[in-house]
Design a protein around this ligand. Structure first.
Ligand code: G1P
Length: 295
């Protein structure tokens, strides 16, 4: 049995969909309610038993490293002002897990970003969690579900869910051969196909466990969709050497890399909070009423 111990979180993108917020601030630090999106991702990795995390960054992303480090000045301030709950919260973030970082030198695509993790990963299977994809499952995080699938088949596995036809062209899509209603063997994958050419409606939603063979492939993988080195294309090449599986995971998916998904996540997460639910719900209901009335 091989335990997945290392995870890679690519965070070197420009975040152009969230300009101007991301002009001088990493998009990974934008909060869902009051927690940066990347903290949700790191917490999922921790819950799935990951021991070391590598974040792929660039020169504008120091705020991410600072977030997972200690902040002695802030801790001192909180302690002095007897804000003990906040103090504990701030300290706990720095204790979450060992975080490493490395910079991607040029924005050449997700595949190229993952290649930056080669030395960190070494010769063992590893996890990838994409920061734009927040997936909620309070019982078993999606990455833990993938770890189970990896254990079963001892081969690379990607997390998928069915998406609506209008969303197919936003994702990597797999051509599946069903093993059971949750697991499929991947026959082929296409990055962001047109709906007419898509092999199915099963989209890869930001969680992967891959064997280290992927790095040999990424080293020579030609740019694909959008002129970027695509991870999806490298996994397609991996199929020539090894089997790849997909697991239809259980969990509510938020595409927080898009404005609508980001807003939906903020609403849902606020409604789950005991300190916000009542007041927020009243406010939302009033807004819906006013909106109808204005029409
Ligand atoms: C990336 C991947 C794509 C995947 C998606 C999940 O695309 O290239 O295969 O389906 O993440 O969110 P991006 O959203 O970075 O354009």
């Amino acid at each position: 049995m091989m335990k997945i111990k290392k995870a890679v979180i690519p965070a070197a993108g420009y975040g152009t969909r969230f300009l101007p917020a991301t002009k001088s601030q990493p998009k990974e630090m934008l909060p869902i309610v009051d927690k940066p999106t990347i903290q949700y991702i790191v917490e999922e990795a921790v819950k799935a038993g990951i021991e070391e995390v590598l974040i792929i960054t660039n020169h504008q992303k120091q705020a991410i490293e600072n977030h997972f480090d200690r902040s002695l000045e802030l801790e001192y301030f909180l302690e002095k002002n007897n804000k003990l709950e906040e103090l504990e919260m701030v300290r706990d973030i720095s204790k979450l897990i060992n975080i490493h970082s490395i910079r991607q030198k040029e924005a050449k695509g997700l595949g190229n970003a993952i290649l930056c993790a080669k030395c960190f990963v070494g010769d063992e299977p590893f996890a990838i969690l994409l920061g734009d994809d927040i997936i909620v499952n309070d019982e078993k995080p999606v990455l833990a579900q993938l770890c189970d699938t990896f254990e079963k088949y001892q081969s690379s596995v990607v997390a998928v869910q069915q998406v609506e036809a209008k969303d197919i062209s936003k994702y990597g899509i797999v051509n599946p051969r069903y093993i059971n209603n949750k697991d499929v063997e991947v026959i082929d994958l296409v990055e962001k196909p047109n709906v007419e050419n898509a092999p199915s409606d099963l989209a890869i939603l930001g969680r992967y466990i891959l064997t280290p063979e992927i790095f040999n492939i990424l080293e020579t993988q030609a740019p694909g969709h959008n002129g970027e080195v695509q991870l999806t294309d490298a996994i397609k090449t991996l199929l020539l050497k090894e089997k790849v599986y997909a697991h239809k995971f259980e969990g509510k998916y938020y595409d927080v890399g898009k404005k609508i998904g980001f807003l939906e996540a903020n609403i849902d997460f606020a409604l789950k909070r005991d300190d916000l639910r009542e007041e927020f719900m009243q406010m939302l209901m009033k807004k819906v009423e006013d909106y109808k009335f204005d029409k």
